[in-house]
Write a protein that binds this ligand. Sequence first.
Ligand code: DP6
Length: 332
Amino acid sequence: MSEDKATFEAPSNIALIKYWGVLDAALCLPRNTSISMTLDRCVTTCTAEPIDAASDEIWLAGANGLVPPTPGFAEPMVRHLDQLRRELGVRSKLRIATRNNFPSAAGLASSASGFAALTLSAASALGRGLSPREASLLARRSGSGSACRSVLGGYVEWAAGSDEESYARPLAPAGHWDLRDVIAVVETGPKAISSRDGHALASTSPYFERRQELLPDRLARVRTALAERDFPTLGATIEEEAIDLHLIAMSSQPAIFYWSPGTLEILRAVRELRREGLPAYSTMDAGANVHVLCEPAAEGALVERLESLGSVGFVIRDGVGTGPERLTEHLI
Ligand code: DP6
């Protein structure tokens, strides 16, 4: 076994204030600051080991052992490895095995956890320990910008700014507030329009500049609600923000519709639950699935209601998590 073999598990994250729109697509510099909650159970595990070869080897680790990914899956990973080697001043090629424990490419930020886990395991296998800032900067440059938030646990803010300034910083540790995220899955296939294309089109929406004007106040409300553990304010603000993201997508030219009929069924059910006195609020990333946030006391009843909806295939019970972990068991 290679001594440089490294395995990391990195979680997905759910954006409370969304990254939508880029200043610089190549560097993944966001148009606006975003805030997220790192998840606990939806994770990518990635093993990296140096190999004496002319090119990297990428494998998907599944129930049936290692299988080669499609070229479309492997290419961005190899591009990211090339960039990491340039940044870290090393040459060695790597054998990579990666595994998600949740549906890939379904708006569940699989690329965020994937590129966070790849950044941490590859850097370690290449003999470089990374500070949290370096890890976040490098993960951001993967092309999946939200990966920069998945290198930290708890509640996280990713600042818009220059290449050296735009990285994720901790807002509060996971232990600050035990929030749950019940993910109602209505679609497991890959989304029709990638986030990358969505970011590129965002500024074609006639409402995009108005969104930028509204964001500073919305960001401040989320920061304060997190600090004060004020769930009604947090919930109302993140629901407003999620609708805003999809409004921008739907009014981009050409228009992008990430929602399915099931998305609307869930949004309606969550509003009904609130009228019945159960505090829960919805948010969606660039996909049809809905993340419903609640405090622990509401989780059981929320899961029951979501599971009863005809359009919900299954629910994933997740919540705030403590961030990436180095594992001693490897995938290869
Ligand atoms: C709507 O470019 O980070 O989820 O590469 O698909 O992970 P992926 O997306 P990325 O954009 C994320 C967009 C978003 C909002 C967010 O996570 O902030």
